[in-house]
Design a protein around this ligand. Structure first.
Ligand SMILES: [Zn+2]
Length: 176
């Protein structure tokens, strides 16, 4: 179970590192091809490697997990090209260092089904796991759904695995 999460994290990290390395090598090789010196080619390749790492948000994937608190939940209505008054939900979670982390969800279907922002309660404690984007609730009692911390899908509480990505769901409460 723990291993499953570690493997998924390693896979996400591995793909991004591989893509960054491939970009770096390709840039260095083409710099050499077009007549740059070796040192300039290697430096250019290293720069490309670093840029792609940042573009793929590898630093945030490496950042350790933390426990935070839901400090704001809001909804506003936006106009899209094809539809008026589409609700846009925003969740703000504040980490122990006082920094705010936002999750914005545009509810295009607006079908009255619980969405991943409504799932959380104002003021409740949540956990961000290293390498996973969505927050785990400490107290899951009284909810009919469980969120998948990898893809953000809300699953019926009785399910073992995510209906979207098949990751085992975290259904137990976190004892504070
Ligand atoms: Zn999932």
């Amino acid at each position: 179970m723990k291993g499953e999460y570690r493997r998924r994290y390693a896979f996400k990290l591995g793909i991004r590192l591989f893509a960054s390395a491939a970009a770096g090598v390709a840039v260095a090789a083409s710099a050499l091809w077009y007549g740059s010196s070796e040192i300039v080619s290697v430096a250019t390749g290293a720069l490309a490697f670093a840029l792609v790492l940042f573009a793929l948000r590898v630093p945030s994937l490496l950042a350790p997990g933390w426990d935070g608190v839901v400090t704001s939940k809001t909804v506003r209505y936006v106009t899209l090209r094809y539809k008026n008054n589409v609700p846009e939900y925003q969740l703000v979670v504040t980490d122990p260092r006082g920094r705010e982390h936002r999750d914005v969800f545009l509810d295009k279907e607006d079908n009255r089904k619980l969405n991943r922002i409504e799932y959380y309660d104002h003021g409740e404690r949540v956990r961000r796991h290293r390498g996973f984007k969505y927050f785990e609730k400490f107290d899951k009692s009284g909810k009919l759904s469980v969120i998948c911390i990898d893809c953000g899908t809300l699953n019926p509480r009785q399910r073992e695995r995510c209906i979207n990505c098949s990751l085992t769901l975290l259904r137990e409460n976190i004892e504070a």
